[in-house]
Structure formats: structure tokens, C-alpha cells
Design a protein around this ligand. Sequence first.
Ligand code: ARG
Ligand code: ZN
Length: 881
Amino acid sequence: MRTDTGQIVHLADYRPTDFVLERVDLTFDLHPTETKVEARLIFHRREGTDPKAPLVLDGDDLSLSGLLLDQVDVPAGQFEATAESLTVRDLPESTPFELTITTIINPEANTQLMGLYRSGGIYCTQCEAEGFRRITYFPDRPDVLAPYTVNIIADKAANPLLLSNGNFLGGAGYGEGKHFAAWFDPHPKPSYLFALVAGDLGVVEDTFVTMSDREVALKIYVEHGKEPRAAYAMDALKRSMKWDEERFGREYDLDIFMIVAVSDFNMGAMENKGLNVFNDKYVLADPEIATDADYANIEAIIAHEYFHNWTGNRITCRDWFQLCLKEGLTVYRDHEFSADQRSRPVKRIAEVRHLKSEQFPEDSGPLAHPVRPTKYREINNFYTTTVYEKGSEVTRMIATLLGRDLFKKGMDLYFDRHDGQAVTIEDFIKCFEDASGRDLTQFSLWYHQAGTPLVTASGTYDAAAKTFALSLEQMVPATPGQATKEPMHIPLRTALFAADGALLTPTSVTDAELTDDVLHLTARTQTAVFHGIPSRPVLSLNRSFSTPINLQLSQSAKDLALIARYETDHFARWQALIDLGLPNLLQAARDARQGNPITCDAAFVDALLAAANDESLEPAFRAQALALPSEADIARELGGNNDPDAIHAGRQAILALVAEAGRSVFAALYDNMQTSDPFSPDAASAGRRALRNAALTYLSQSDNAPARAKAAFDAANNMTDLSAALTILAHRFPESAEAKAALQGFHDRFAENALVIDKWLAIQAAIPGAATLERIQGLMETPLFKRTNPNRMRALVGTFAFANPTGFGRADGAGYRFLAEQILDIDQRNPQLAARILTSMRSWRLLELVRADHARSALMQIERAGSLSTDVRDIVDRILK
Ligand code: ARG
Ligand code: ZN
């Protein structure tokens, strides 16, 4: 484990390397515990640099076992090797030279899952961000690009498959039961995109013919016997390749594209050139084991990694501060892909729910950082929802500001101008400025200023003048290291509606730019005047969530109901329903805390049930409308001194009131929203299942006994329905014999399937209430609990900490203490995973005093521990600050 050195990396310190890397030639002699890596690197000195400068290469936990310069042993006095670096002096001043570095590494002992590791008999790599330096000494930074040749030697029986990036060159026997394979990747790439996989896996094969008629071999490798479960991923891959050609003009550039699914993986997936490595959770699916959400995730992540081939691989990041250059842009691209493949408004609703529940808390708490940060202590802690999701929103805003055609022109320019380079956010923005002629200086603040802007809006109608004046004020809150902020360029999609629901088009707008429906807020305060408005309008602001802000706008229930009914933008309809419901949930939490009776506005209930019943709306949209804001959302909106038990009790009471009022609506939906047999994972069918299960959730809220949920569990013929019914049984009737039997039955039926057992664990980890901690501790004693498997840890410990406010936040603080122990334990093996789960504590200051105190003590317990990884040290320090 790399322990903390307290060192901070600053963007301002960036400078190019002294040496240019021309070529990389790697030979791996694979062995579970003693893999020999020989790296032949050809360098020359960069022009204009100090001709005496030594070459300094990165390492992590390495030991050098051989060093040659132009094939000759380097004398002891000419180099210095530590676990963290290799320094070589007296190198040629003007001619290229070849350095041959030999290291011996132990893949079996690599529990961090960074670099080369072996799990379940499969060798695999993860090099982003700084894993390659755990394989060999190297200039391990994204601005060092070179073509790679990779030779892999391994025992043939155990490893019939030997894969690396690029195109296959050839292979043959190697004696002593070994064989070898050689790969060549002609596209210069940084080390973080290197990959190697070896082992014995099954394969699903297909082909794709590109827009210029080249045939590409497609291969997805999975555990033997699981091949049929890769069919959906293959289909998603082909659709992604087609879409990127049609929408962005991007064609694939090698003869072969491979995906390997592995079960021990720290993240979702990795875009290594030509050889993506995936968490098998995001590859394997069939109706028996995968929910509709799983199918949607697989589609999105397959697309995401594939899209990286251009946005990330062909054009990469100059340094890790530029991470959003590839991640924000690629998330935007995968969002657009999913919107085109499924329902655009429903996709947008899901994105905004996710953004608000994950990124908004990050942006308003101790871990807040700009989309393009300027310093870090551990880069792995910056693979955040701010870099990814807010980064995507910022890209979306560029598209909104420029319009579809100019955005396309800017993207084309970006691909033309920077292909083969490692670039910065400034380079990216410049392409859109050059393509559009628009100055994006103020807009760029979105990359540099952390914090979710608060926009306060109010409108006044002047009947005599027929004008509607919209006053806007923006405030960007202070965040760590950024006390004061400049006003931002905020693009607000805006519409006005008449009392009958008709769209009102102004004759002109003064004191603000309006292009199509985009109103540009650029000053701290600004009043836009809409002219030619015949009657008092109802305002719909931030349609489609055109900008990621908190909006303060007080609107009557009547106006919100009108938007919920007539807005042509369905996202805005959904938002209006949320805005109608939220005050009820906030009040319910306050009332529950005071012991007051809980009530709910009829206007909200009526609007919600009307939407649920409206057959002109897609079922998936109606299901989204019925899903009330989560307890975490309510806590965030309450803003402080929060009691998770009161929030839970209040929300449950509102659910019960809606359930009661909507009994007949829900009963009818439950009966009518059946889906066809055989199962189809398409978006429309998924929407029907979502609506039916939402109805079941409300019906069960009114039920006093689990009979209906049990019947649903027994009747389910797919994982979506089965896990929905199991969740209701376990969460609503946890002590019932039916719930216990269902949990046992589910366990027994899927005992052999790790991904399904993860669901089983996650459902239990999320059971509300103080008793869940003991349940989790019990589950950790069983043989199914595998501490080394990240998916399993996330399913049990992660779900508990992130998604169970009453269980994790129980009043005696035992949940927080449990987390502290787990973090310290996980950190010994897998710092990245430990740091990620620890971010679940980021909002601890919003808790009421007693809980906040318990949370602080637990964090201090981590803080005081002797040897923490840099990853955990960085997070705990920032959270406590
Ligand atoms: N680039 C990968 C992706 O977006 C994720 C890599 C995450 N790496 C990390 N160190 N957390 O798909
Ligand atoms: Zn990515």
C-alpha cells in the first residue's frame, strides 16, 4: 500500500517531460506470483531541454531486477532505483537510446486491483490512473504517448487466451507447455490505456462493418458457460458503434474490438485501447438474473467505454487535472446515446435524479471541487460525480448555448485539430469558440468554480403594458478553497404558458438574450422583460434541466399543476410534480419530529394520480412521477439539523396518504400493466414493469399483510419483478414469515450467481431501521461474504452507508462506528475501494447534533489510525476539515 506522503500535486506545476518516448516493447512472462516484465523503451531528449537532465521514471511498489542501456548493463553508479522511482543519469544528449527494464511482480498478491492482478485464475490489468507504474518503471502520465508492442508468454493450458491492445500479430508454442502471443497497437497511447488479459474464458463473437466498409471483429470474453448472457452487451456494442458514426462521424480504427468481463474490479469498466475490461456486473444479463436497470446500465456503460475510443483515447488528457475532458464529454455522449435509444425525457429525469442525489451533495459539502480541479493529493479520489456528471452537464450546456449545428461543428473541429494529442479543457473550449465565434470566457467558469449555483427567480406581470418581467439573481456558494465566486453564464430554457395551457410566444425580449427558448443569465442580477404577453403567464424555468442549479422560485400549486399537465417538455412536467410534492415531504419530516399529525395537499395528490392515470403519457414517465424524492433528497432540501428517523417517518406517512387516495388507480395499474411473455428488455416493456411495480409499492403501503407482495414474488418471471417484490417484502414487512421465506428462497435459488447474491445482500442492507446493522454483521459471518470482492463490499457495506439513512444513521452511532472499522480493514487491501465507500460520510455535518457527534468520533477514529493509504487519508482529512 502506498501510504500518505502528504504531497500535493498542482496544475500550475505542469511541465512536459524532458524525454520523448518513441516506442514501447513489453514482454510478460506470466506467473501467478512471479511475473517477469521486460520493458524496452526508446527515448530521445526533448529539444530545448537541459542536455544533462537525468531520466526519472515512476514506480509503485516495484523492485528493479535488471537495467540495460542500449543492450549493455548500466553500472551501479549511473542509476538509482527505489520502490517509487528509477533515475538514470548520463544519458545520450542528442541520439535516441534504448532502456531495457526488468521487474518481477506478484499478480496474485495484488489486492489493490491496480496494475496487473490475478483473480479467479484470470490475469488482468487496470492502469488508470497510475496503475502502470505498478508493472514497470515508466513515465506514467497521460501526455506520454507511444505505439506499443506486447509479447505475452504463459502456461498454455491455464491461459489459452493471451490478449493485449491493438491488432494481433501472431503467436506460437514456446516450449515447456508455454505459448506466446504478440500484439501491436499502432495508435500512440498513454500507459493508462494499456491492458493485458490472460486466462481461460469463453467468447461471444460478432462483426461490425464500419461506415467505410471495414469489417471489425467483435469479441466479448466471459467465464465459460456464461456466453449467452453476453448477447445483450454485444447488441449494445453494435448499436453504439453505429450511433457514433451517425451522430458524431466517428469510425472505429482497429481490426478488432474486445471486451473482457471480470468479477473483481474496482470500478464499472475501463476503456483500454481495443481491449475494454469490464466489471462483469455491466456485461452479463438475462431475464432471470438482470433487472431493467441492469440492462440500461449495461447499454450505457458499453457505449461509454466504446465512445472513449475517440473521446479519451484518440484525444486524451494532457494531465489528470483534465480528467473531465474525457469523462464529462464521454458521459454526455453516452447520455445522448441512451436518450436516442430509449425515451429522451425519461432518460433526462433519471439523469437529473442521479445528479441531484449524488453530485449536488458532493458540491455542497467538504469534498466539493471544480469540474477541472487545480490540485489533488490522490488522483483516484477525483473520479467523482462532479468530474463525470457535472462535467457532462457542462458539455450539455455548450451544446445548449451553441445549438445543435454549431456544437457539431465544434466537435468536428476538436477531432480534426487534436487527433493524436493530449490536450486541456482550454483546447476543448477553444474549438467551440472558433467554430461559433462566441466568447466562452465567462462560460468557462463552470469548469473552475465549484458549488451548485443558486438562482432566485420571480416574475411580475404588467397587464397594461402586456409585459412579463422575470427577475433573476445568481449566487454561487463558497466551497473549500474558493470563498468568493464570479457570476456565471447560466443558460435557462424558459417558456410561458397561458391559463389554458397554450404556449405564449413573446414578440420580443429585452435586457437579456433569448435564443429559441434559451434565456442567458450572465449578470449577478438581471431582469428580462418579455413583451407582447396577452395574459398573466405561468412560468416554466430551467426546462429539461438546461443548467445544473438550485432554483428558488415560488409558484402556486395551481401554476405547478398547470405545468404538470400542459408543458410540452415532459421533464418540466415531472419537475413540477416534484415541486408540488416536496414541500409536503419537508413539512412531514418536521411534523414527524414534533410528533404532529401528518397531512398532504390535495392538489399534489390529485396531480400525481392524474399523471399516474394519464394514458397519453409513457408508463416509464408515470413511474418516475410516482417515485417520490428519496430520504437523502429530503435531507438535502431540509439543509441541516437532520433527523433521519423523522425524515423516514414523514415520507412513509406521505406514501401512505397517496396510497390511500390512489387505491383504485394503483389496483388498476397493477392489473393492466402486465408485460408480454417472453420477456423483452426494451424500454417500453421496462416502463410498464416500472409502473406496475410502483403501483405495487403503493398498494403494499396500504396493505396490512404481505399477501399481495408475496403473490407478486411467487408470480414473477423476471428479475425486475422478483427483486421489486422481494424489496417490498423485506422493507415493508421485514419480520413476516413471508419475507423470511422469500429471502431464503431467493438465496437458495441464486446461491451460485454472485451478481444476484449481491442484489440479495443490497436489498437487506437497505432495510430501514436500527436492526439492519446486526443483520449485516450476521451476513458478514457467512461464507458468502467475500472481503476481496469489490462488488460484494459495495453491495453490503456500500449500500448500507449510501442508501440506508435510518439504519446507517441510527441514533446510537453504531452505524458510523461500524463503517470506521470496515474502512480501516478494507484500506489494508484495497485503498481505492475504502476511500470510495468512505465518501458516504460526506454530508455528516447536516445531521442533528447527537448523530453529528457520533459521526465525527467515527471519522476521528479513522483519522487517528497509524498507517492509512493516501486515498483514505485524503478523504478523511477533507471530510473532517
Ligand atoms: N476511465 C474509466 C471510465 O470512465 C474509469 C476509470 C476509473 N479509474 C479510477 N482510478 N477510479 O470508464
Ligand atoms: Zn469514462
